[in-house]
Design a protein around this ligand. Structure first.
Ligand code: ADP
Ligand code: MG
Length: 399
């Protein structure tokens, strides 16, 4: 689960991390009121979307010469102009894809006097089973380019979770950033605070870009991107409450309500499968037969009729779906339950696209009988290969 920059900064501040003052705003009036609470003389109006690259982003509606999603503003009038430019408009960045994201929220924050921009991120490194802290002296909006052309300017410090963050880790971070004196000490401290925040809240990823040194020699976090391990959210209700569903794919939000593992993809064949392994095999075999899956969907082991119906509706709500392949191995979940769910859902949504169903396992004969007796245009299949060939043939027949 991702959160907004302003939420991430409020969270990090609780761990002692130095961030510039700021307030979120949902309207131009709120933006001006927020700026009024800041000391000035420089205010920054920042678009809050779940994507980076905002500074270099472009607003779809504003033409190529307009500024991006992070704007320095010297007066309250400039805050007003920048806020009204951004709110409600679509921001396209390297991370949003071409469709962009609508800006519904702003963050109005203190302008910092930047002497230098650094980079610091953390993630769980699965290869080493440790937490990696990745730092660079070349922070700011071109970090991707730095990683590409001068990878030696990016250094990784790994921390064994059993040992925890030790003073030598902090020294390694500050040394990699080539800092000295008090600024060096501050960098050690912020690295330790970020580590504590990362572990205490079960983050999966934390990216501070830029981490800055101000002209006064202070270390501050100027941008923060955080994502949490969704499997650990149950123990952080305060963090779960920060979720902004309007930033997520609506079908994926709907699927999560029914505890369905659904990921939207770009192909033509909707898939409803139980078990992640079988779901992947189903996607592969569709591919092998020359078409692409429209989604990954694992209905889980003990799906009910209601869950199957919900899954069916989510698949069909995708206008890209030209055919559906249901591939269920009945174990705990019985084939007749699946068949009832499929028939009920197909009737309810007035399903028009070709539908191939492959059932195997517990109560398979009852399941097949329910499908055959439904009077619906359901094509039965005997095995995985047969099912994939049939759905591809059916879709091509229609096209
Ligand atoms: P993004 O990474 O989405 O482009 P950032 O928050 O990193 O957004 O902002 C982009 C750039 O804007 C930063 O690298 C920094 O130079 C500048 N910037 C961001 N926040 C401030 C601020 N509070 N004061 C001064 N400059 C800022
Ligand atoms: Mg940034």
């Amino acid at each position: 689960m991702n959160i907004h920059e302003y939420q991430a900064k409020e969270l990090l501040a609780k761990f002692g991390v130095a961030v510039p003052a700021g307030y979120p705003a949902l309207s131009v009036e709120q933006a001006i009121a927020a700026a009024g609470k800041l000391p000035g003389p420089l205010y920054v109006v920042k678009a809050q979307i779940h994507a980076g690259g905002r500074g270099k982003g472009k607003f779809k509606e504003l033409g190529p010469d307009a500024k991006g999603g992070v704007r320095l503003s010297k007066t309250l009038n400039e805050v007003r102009a920048n806020a009204s430019d951004m709110l409600g408009n679509i921001l396209v960045t390297v991370q949003t894809g071409e469709a962009g994201k609508q800006v519904n929220r702003l963050y109005i924050t203190d302008g910092a006097d930047i002497a230098k921009e650094y980079y610091l991120s953390m993630l769980v490194d699965r290869a080493t089973g440790r937490i990696a802290m990745i730092v660079s002296t070349e922070g700011g909006m071109d970090i991707e380019e730095v990683a590409h052309s001068t990878p030696e300017k990016i250094q990784t410090i790994v921390i064994d979770p059993a040992e925890g963050f030790q003073p030598h880790h902090g020294r390694a971070v500050a040394y990699a950033l080539k800092l000295s004196g008090d600024t060096n000490k501050q960098a050690q401290k912020v690295a330790a605070q970020l580590y504590q925040a990362f572990v205490a809240t079960d983050m999966a990823m934390l990216e501070i870009n830029p981490l800055i040194e101000t002209t006064a020699g202070d270390i501050q976090v100027l941008d923060a991107k955080v994502s949490f391990d969704s499997n650990a959210l149950f123990r952080h209700p305060d963090i779960a409450a920060l979720r902004d569903e309007s930033e997520e794919d609506s079908a994926e939000v709907e699927a999560s309500k029914y505890d369905l593992a659904y990921i939207k993809l770009d192909g033509d064949i909707g898939c409803m499968v139980n078990g992640a392994g079988l779901a992947m095999a189903t996607m592969d075999i569709i591919n092998l037969n020359g078409m692409f899956p429209a989604n990954f969907l694992d209905v889980g082991g003990g799906a009910s009729k209601e869950k199957v119906t919900a899954a069916f509706k989510i698949i069909l709500a995708d206008p890209g779906v030209k055919g559906i392949l249901v591939n269920i191995f009945g174990g705990i979940m019985k084939c007749d339950t699946i068949a009832e769910g499929v028939v009920a859902a197909a009737r309810e949504v007035n399903q028009q696209v070709p539908l191939v169903v492959r059932l195997e396992g517990t109560n398979v004969d009852q399941g097949k009988a329910i499908l055959a007796g439904s009077g619906l245009a359901i094509v039965p299949a005997d095995d995985l290969g047969d099912a994939a060939q049939k759905i591809v043939a059916e879709v091509q027949k229609v096209a």
